[in-house]
Design a protein around this ligand. Structure first.
Ligand code: HEM
Length: 293
């Protein structure tokens, strides 16, 4: 080998060492703290997992998200806990709170991205596109949007073949039964599945009386439990849960199908929504008086 060959081989070695180093260096650059179940789920689905250094306690899905260091609950965060993770970016659902904690994070100078929990097909696609940009995964975001659009078209087709059932979503929380109104994830998923939310005349969640529920003559009542410790699993016996929260005449609802709902599965409008909306549309397609309670 002459000197020239030796020199180019040497240069080649140096160049490949430099380029081999580069991806590793950029991989360790981002340190994301991600908060809010639906937001975390989208970041995971886009492949952003390797950049995550912390999540909040509502980030339950996928199950491996629960293994990451936790920074509390998104609605009641401690800013010190978040900042102690030395994040390069904080990505959170806009339910970030309390307000003083949110202001402290804003003032920290670390980029803070707030995204509304999706509550409709449109806002789901917007959230995926925004998060795709924020974590540099725009191609993955486009693919996920396409997949969900196709899945939801199937749900839409099924829903369009039946008369919209009249539905109430009730959540037992903090000692009372509240119904989901407009601008809720519950309202969003039930209308994607072809249902009509009877209580759409208000925003958010509101306690409703037993009389109002009985008068509304719902075809379906979806019942969920949400403990103050964050247990959102489906109630074993939804009728008992209604009674526990003060509903006396469950038996007067003989024409209504009462369905237990796992909020972590059904109410997160995110990457799984094509599947969950289809499940719900199939439940809605069974006539209430023959499906059994
Ligand atoms: C201990 C911690 C938690 C607290 C203090 C908390 C608090 C709340 C409150 C106050 C609401 C009512 C929403 C409203 O009025 O707009 C709510 C709804 C909800 N929570 Fe939690 N939560 C906690 C944990 C969790 C966990 C672990 C999950 C897991 C997925 C979760 C999922 C939901 C969902 C899906 C809704 C319904 C939102 C909607 O339909 O728009 N929460 N939570």
């Amino acid at each position: 080998m002459n000197t020239r060959c030796l020199l180019s081989a040497f240069l080649c070695m140096i160049m490949s060492a430099v380029f081999a180093e580069e991806p590793a260096a950029s991989q360790t650059k981002e340190r994301l703290v991600v908060m809010g179940g639906p937001i975390t789920e989208i970041v995971f689905a886009l492949g952003g997992e390797k950049d995550i250094v912390g999540v909040d306690k509502t980030s339950l899905y996928p199950a491996r998200a629960q293994k990451f260091p936790q920074v509390g609950v998104v609605r009641a965060i401690s800013p010190e806990g978040v900042l102690s993770m030395n994040p390069t970016k904080i990505i959170s659902s806009s339910s970030l709170g309390p307000p003083a904690a949110a202001s402290q994070l804003k003032a920290s100078g670390i980029p803070l991205v707030l995204v509304d929990n999706p509550k409709s097909e449109k806002s789901l696609m917007e959230a995926i596109a925004t998060l795709g940009k924020e974590i540099n995964r725009e191609k993955e975001a486009e693919e996920l949007i396409k997949k969900l659009t196709d899945e939801l078209a199937v749900v839409n087709e099924l829903a369009s073949k039946q008369t919209s059932p009249r539905v109430i979503f009730l959540m037992g929380m903090a000692g009372s039964l509240s119904a989901a109104g407009e601008e809720t994830q519950a309202g969003g998923i039930l209308s994607m599945a072809g249902g009509k939310n009877i209580f759409s005349g208000f925003r958010g969640y509101k306690p409703v009386s037993e009389e109002a529920i009985l008068e509304a003559k719902p075809d379906f009542i979806l019942v969920a439990n949400h403990t103050s410790q964050g247990d959102v699993s489906a109630p074993d016996d939804p009728k008992k849960l209604l009674q526990k929260f003060g509903f006396k005449s469950v038996n007067a609802l003989e024409k209504t199908k009462i369905v237990p709902i796992d909020m972590g599965e059904f109410l997160i409008i995110g990457p799984r929504t094509g599947e969950t909306a289809l499940k719900l549309a199939k439940i809605f397609s069974k006539p209430a008086d023959t499906a059994g309670n």
